[in-house]
Design a protein around this ligand. Sequence first.
Ligand code: ADP
Length: 403
Amino acid sequence: MVILVINAGSSSVKYQVINPEKEAVLATGLVERIGMSGAILTHRPTGRKEVRLSGEILDHKIAIEYVLSILLSKNHGVIKDKKEIDAVGHRVVHGGEAFSSSVLISEEVMAQIRACIDYAPLHNPPNLRGINAAKQLLPDVPQVAVFDTAFHQTMPKYAFLYGLPYVLYKRHGIRRYGFHGSSHRYVASRAARLIGKPLDELKLITCHLGNGSSAAAIKYGKSVDTSMGFTPLEGLLMGTRCGDMDPAVILQIMAKEEMTPNDATTMLNKHSGLMGISGLSSDMREIEEEYDTNDRARVAHDIFTYRLRKYIGAYAAAMGGVDVVVFTGGIGENSMLVRKNALKGLEFLGIELNEEKNKAQANGDRQINTSSSRVKVLVIPTNEELVIAQDTMHIVQEMKANQ
Ligand code: ADP
């Protein structure tokens, strides 16, 4: 089976062509600067040379047209006929309370995704543009939506409600939703496979640490808590996002600095986090380069790992224990200093890091706890696209079985 995975952003479309049965990636690529000058398509067919094409790419439909034509092209293509695409899997950021799993896209599903625009005004509209474009260009091909929020729909009410008037939840859906669901789900099931235990017997804490970061408590296969909330601003410190803080702070700053709600949103999302504290960079590599010489870089890093350590402690308490801690995302997979500092002092929970294994330069899945550690500590590269391709395949197989 061949699945085209599409992740449509405001000015970009990322894609992968995947055979989910073989877990094989045929090609990956990215269209950037859609609707701007200098739009460019970068296409990487597996095992062959990268190709870059520039052109006038005014909207998402033209972007996906470009993608299809390069996928079919004689020199750089990976399929011979559009008909070889069995289905398209779309990443959709927000599914609100309507979706607790992936779903075949119908008109009703489109309306429900539209109804979630208020929750994710920057993400759901381009996701919808991607779906509309793919539907027009591949009208006979089933389209599936895979939501970042869906996996966390199993959170109990006491974990997802804020301490606000209940009417605001009922009227406006103000609650915690959580994000990075496909990543947390992927690494949790991969972790269970790696240690050879059933997922539904394990208590896991999964740490997805990238430009955006979140931790999740996964008890017996279900997400019972996660650090991002109504939006991806809540929880851990991130590259440019503030994470947890007293909500009164923002009201005070808006008054003192004469900020509009838009200005405040930009400050919290784009100018805070590692970037805001260090004044240096949102990129963890640059922060780490100056860890020993720059006080503000060091404190930014220390806040990042301190907060993660607090979440690990909190989630162990929430689940009544922890069997596995998983690190993933660009930082989780690569930063030995983040892993080391985040787990410092957690021996009382049964977490013992093997310093040598933690330091070893390695790729792929690996275990980095000591042999006496009660809790397993794993590094697992995430693969959200594979989750999207596999969900899409299962939904299409089910649909065909019911026809
Ligand atoms: P996104 O959330 O945009 O998908 P990634 O998961 O790729 O981002 O993570 C990007 C982050 O990973 C950046 O902060 C980058 O500095 C960090 N990172 C990548 N490689 C390393 C490394 N070797 N050491 C420390 N941080 C790293």
